[in-house]
Design a protein around this ligand. Structure first.
Ligand code: MG
Ligand code: MG
Ligand code: MG
Length: 305
């Protein structure tokens, strides 16, 4: 029986590349693993697959009765709907511990570092398995993406060291240029619907019985969305209704200006104002220096519930 390896819903590059890199490692260790994904990939991930000859993992949204490894999440809200009917053999992650539980012992590699692929890189070293050139290139890009080219407060020395070593393996000397090209691909918004934008990097969280949805758009220049804010907010209102959310937040993160415009539709905006010590104007605010959802948004928002 094959084991399926996948990341979170609305998969980002770390989730897709992580499914590939972890599956390859497990296969070398004698397990039969297949990388899968829970949704459509982003332009950024397509850029990475194209650049390093990666194969798109197959779409799999139901896992009842299967053995699985999960990577880049441990929240039930980001898992397939029937995850509790699967056997979770292991978790590889770099987020807060979520609410998934298991009935059997499992392997856990969870570290407070910049990227799940950095954790996978450490696993390759621990098991003394050689990383193929193409997989090294994809892992390098995933780490550069998650750490916003080392600017994110989630980035650690372990991540920068991993990128440098992976760049040698894949033969890409100027990894910062590759990263910029990757973020330019990610910033492409022409012709994208508001719903497409609002779900590009969308994650749902359970906060003391309230559902909170947070999407993040990381771009080289967020001003290209200035004329579309009303449209984005209208769609956020619709999403809030559809998903039964208490609060929906969209972060427009400018990786060059190093900060985010927070947009929200909430049953209680004061929770956001208290969390981030700010004043919302038309349900929006610029948060200087905020680049990381997991480190600069969730930990401040959660206590408000
Ligand atoms: Mg992720
Ligand atoms: Mg990640
Ligand atoms: Mg991210």
């Amino acid at each position: 029986m094959s084991t399926y390896v996948f990341g979170h819903t609305s998969p980002d590059s770390d989730s897709i590349v992580g499914a590939i890199s972890l599956s390859y490692l497990k296969n070398q260790l004698g397990e039969d693993c297949i990388p899968t994904r829970q949704g459509e990939i982003s332009a950024e991930t397509q850029f990475i697959l194209d650049k390093f000859d990666g194969t798109l993992p197959e779409l799999k949204t139901s896992v009842a009765g299967e053995d699985v490894y999960i990577i880049d999440f441990s929240d039930k809200a980001q898992a397939p709907h029937d995850i509790m009917e699967a056997t979770i053999l292991g978790i590889v992650d770099h987020h807060k511990l979520g609410d998934l539980t298991t009935s059997t012992p499992l392997e856990c590699w969870i570290r407070p570092i910049g990227c799940s692929n950095t954790v996978v890189y450490e696993m390759y070293k621990a098991y003394d398995v050689e990383i193929p050139k193409d997989i090294a290139g994809m892992m390098m890009c995933a780490i550069l993406s998650d750490t916003v080219i080392f600017k994110s407060p989630t980035c650690t020395k372990v991540d920068t060291k991993a990128v440098k070593e992976l760049s040698k393996i894949c033969g890409v000397e100027d990894y910062k240029q590759v990263a910029m090209d990757m973020f330019i691909a990610k910033s492409q918004v022409d012709g994208a619907s508001a719903r497409n934008l609002n779900t590009r990097d969308y994650k749902a969280f359970e906060m003391n019985g309230n559902k909170v949805g947070i999407n993040q758009l990381e771009m080289v220049d967020i001003s290209v969305l200035d004329s579309r804010i009303d449209e984005i907010m209208t769609d956020m209102k619709a999403m809030k209704e559809e998903e039964g959310l208490h609060t929906i937040i969209v972060l427009l993160t400018d990786i060059m200006k190093e900060g985010s415009t927070l947009l929200t539709v909430s049953d209680d905006e004061s929770k956001i104002e208290t969390a981030f010590n700010c004043k919302l104007e038309n349900s929006q605010v610029w948060l200087d220096g905020v680049l990381s959802r997991k480190k600069q948004i969730i930990p401040f928002l959660q206590p408000q519930f």
